[in-house]
Design a protein. Structure first.
Length: 427
């Protein structure tokens, strides 16, 4: 089960308009089922030890019926439904995490970059054992959402169990405003652009293409590293247009429900923004949904290499159906498939090269090592570099160097993207 906490809202990954089909049920069976439900409703209302209204009983019945179907189908109260309508282009209050309910355990799918949860050190795969001292055992995802989200400036206390550890820690997180900055770039070497997508919201493709164009004004673009790690997804249309930036033709993704005639294909199109330079894409267990659509399309079209670790495996499509009382139902209505017909549901995308992330050297170890490393700049009375013009470039190069030192997967991606033209010649 997964849902994005933008602190006051959920991010709707895929919204489709569907018309309910005819009920295929025997009228007698249908009547008997409704009769049995009515009898149970009357008995609970009459004899349950605590006072309970018929509306509460029916709401809980609907909730139970929907949430027993699969991890992503859920009943939305009028308040929840209003939250889901919040524009994904704005700013939101909360801690900024994507969570899921797996086998009754509340798990972090991915912290959203530069949010309170990310800065507090939450990681993909972390278990949330308690929220404000309330155990998450048998807690529904909706209840967890309501406990975690809140007003900016307030604190939520989470009891977290990191992966590969057996001692939980308490992590207080101050809720804040979550800006949606979905595209980040950095020049790793002259001509090689690091392109990080943290989310797929309504302007992600536009921002990404602008960043690439800006870089090309000052550099001859030789290769791109597309980083989709810990990107929990977003809008389907943006996933399609991001992939379309690197793919010239053919299917990018298709969705199909119970009825095979409901299949809908999304295609690449010729466009002026198409990027044809060598491409390496990074994914991990925090890459979900829209990220998997992009990675799957690039992989099936053999558009560069996919490296890192297997992705999350969220390949289902949810439809939001409004109800007359202001509530709604989020119902799983289809699965999405890569161009070659692979369903990613519960499987994820397997990278072409599986390269586990290796944590960087601890700061204290690095400080000790640096202490005994002497360079020219450390010598007394050394000559200063008098070139002011180079200072900005040197600073950018230093930042790129530091990023590469911390990230073994990125280092490998850079070496591969530089080698791809040679590898093609060998083939």
């Amino acid at each position: 089960m997964r849902i994005t906490l933008w602190i006051v809202t959920f991010v709707l990954l895929f919204t489709l308009t569907v018309a309910p089909g005819p009920i295929q049920a025997n009228n007698g069976d249908h009547f008997e089922a409704l009769k049995r439900f009515s009898q149970v409703l009357d008995m609970v209302e009459s004899y349950y030890v605590e006072p309970v209204t018929r509306k509460e009983l029916i709401d809980n019945s609907i909730k139970g019926m929907i949430e027993q179907l699969d991890p992503h189908s859920t009943y939305l109260t009028p308040e929840d439904y209003k939250d889901m309508q919040i524009d994904t282009a704005g700013k939101f209050s909360g801690i900024g995490i994507e969570i899921s309910l797996e086998q009754g355990r509340l798990i972090v799918v991915s912290p959203i970059e530069d949010t309170p949860a990310y800065k507090a050190g939450l990681l993909s795969g972390d278990l949330i054992l308690e929220i404000n001292d309330a155990s998450t055992q048998d807690m529904t995802l909706m209840d967890a959402v309501k406990l975690i989200r809140g007003k900016k400036g307030t604190t939520v206390n989470l009891l977290i169990l990191h992966k590969d550890t057996n001692k939980p820690i308490e992590v207080p997180i101050v809720r804040g405003t979550i800006p949606i900055v979905s595209v980040k770039t950095q020049s790793l070497e002259d001509g090689y652009l690091y392109l990080r997508l943290t989310k797929f919201h309504e302007s992600s493709t536009k921002n990404m293409r602008e960043k690439i164009a800006e870089y090309q004004k000052e550099h001859t673009l030789k290769g791109i590293i597309l980083d989709l790690r810990n990107n929990p997804g977003g809008l389907l249309g943006q996933a399609v247009s991001v992939a379309d930036t690197f793919i010239s033709e053919g299917t990018i993704v298709y969705i199909q429900g119970k009825d095979k005639s409901s299949r809908k294909d999304f295609f690449a199109s010729k466009n002026a923004n198409e990027v044809t330079v060598p491409l390496v894409t990074l994914i991990n267990a925090g890459s979900a949904s829209a990220s998997e659509i992009v990675a799957g399309a690039l992989q099936d079209h053999k558009r560069g290499l996919i490296i890192g670790e297997r992705s999350f495996g969220k390949g289902s499509v949810q439809t939001i159906i409004p109800m007359t009382d202001g509530s709604g139902i989020k119902l799983t209505t289809a699965l999405y498939y890569t161009p070659n017909g692979r369903s990613i549901q519960a499987k994820g995308i397997e990278p072409d090269l599986n390269i586990p992330f290796v944590a960087p050297v601890k700061d204290e170890d690095k400080a000790m090592r640096d202490r005994f490393t002497v360079r020219e700049k450390d010598l007394s009375r050394h000559l200063e570099n008098g070139s002011e013009a180079k200072k900005g470039t040197d600073k950018d190069a230093e930042k790129a160097k530091e990023r590469l030192e911390r990230d073994n997967q990125l280092r490998m991606a850079l070496e591969l993207v530089k080698s791809l033209p040679k590898l093609k010649e060998i083939r």
